[in-house]
Design a protein around this ligand. Structure first.
Ligand SMILES: NC(=O)c1ccc[n+]([C@@H]2O[C@H](COP(=O)([O-])OP(=O)(O)OC[C@H]3O[C@@H](n4cnc5c(N)ncnc54)[C@H](OP(=O)(O)O)[C@@H]3O)[C@@H](O)[C@H]2O)c1
Length: 245
């Protein structure tokens, strides 16, 4: 499986735990009240606070994003509160923050669209999940760049805890895109050959691996990175993708 850039969320955890990730507007409504009075108002379980990468407007991520603590939110009967363990930074995450991606959450929003987390608490009607289980949002949904996420059980799919964390965190967006590229356009059969550029990308590496599993040869084109090496004085060449032949 391909590797990916991972945002480690562990560093954001400060001894406190839980919050609801979406809808963020609901979080912000709770935020507008004094925290402790909000907690007293609810008889249901309450999430811990959540450290989150939030943006209030679209623009360059280094300008418009900020790390902030979101207040606790209610865990309803069908909700699962998940302590996020890892979430990737995919190109589409950047595009959403920039406001140029066709599908994007309303503002303000928490960044991130996939990841893996550990079940922290469950609502009273939740079946089949227990605290300690690993889950991924599938299909992916926005708001994974925070320490605690509360969403309905239907959002979460349990994953095997023996799965390497970085693989579990990135198993949806890019591998499935690679799969659809291989399967949705023409019928490829064993012995066929495909050609792709951008082959060092995560999608490209997944294409190589999935093609190989099907006996499909791949020719993989990557850009010359020599200039980067000269400029930095370091060898920044990426490892070349494994050929299927
Ligand atoms: N529609 C969908 O559902 C969907 C889903 C997933 C991804 N995508 C898209 O698929 C693409 C790949 O995503 P990813 O996460 O796999 O990307 P990634 O891992 O960040 O890889 C980016 C690729 O672009 C290459 N690249 C960057 N700048 C370049 C330049 N100036 N000239 C030539 N090549 C350049 C990189 O080459 P180096 O290794 O040499 O830097 C690398 O191969 C992105 O455009 C992403 O938005 C679409």
């Amino acid at each position: 499986m391909a590797t990916a850039r991972i945002v480690s969320l562990k560093a954001l955890v400060h001894g406190v735990s839980v919050s609801r990730w979406t809808p963020l507007s609901r979080v912000l409504r709770l935020r507008s009240r004094p925290l402790y009075s909000a907690v007293r108002d609810y008889s249901a379980a309450i999430s811990p606070p959540s450290k989150a990468v939030v943006y209030d407007q679209h623009g360059s991520p280094d300008v418009v994003t900020r790390v902030t603590e979101l207040p606790p939110v209610e865990i309803n009967d069908n909700d699962v509160c998940v302590r996020m363990l890892a979430a990737p930074i995919n190109p589409s995450d950047i595009n959403r923050i920039e406001g140029v991606y066709p599908v994007r959450p309303p503002l303000p929003a928490v960044g991130g669209y996939e990841g893996v987390g550990e079940v922290h608490a469950i609502g009273s009607a939740v079946k089949g999940l227990s605290p300690g289980d690993w889950v991924i949002p599938s299909p992916p949904s926005s708001g994974t760049w925070q320490t605690y996420v509360v969403k309905e059980q239907s959002v979460w799919q349990k994953v095997d805890k023996s799965t390497p964390m970085e693989y579990a965190a990135t198993v949806i967006v890019n591998p499935l895109t690679a799969l659809r590229m291989l399967e949705d356009f023409i019928a490829l059969k064993s012995g066929d050959t495909i050609v792709q550029n951008g082959a060092t990308s995560i999608v490209g590496q997944c294409v190589i691996q999935l093609a190989r599993l099907r006996g499909i040869h791949s020719i993989n084109i990557i850009r010359d990175r020599i200039i980067n090496s000269i400029l930095s004085g370091q060898d920044q060449m990426k490892q070349k993708p494994i050929s299927s032949n």
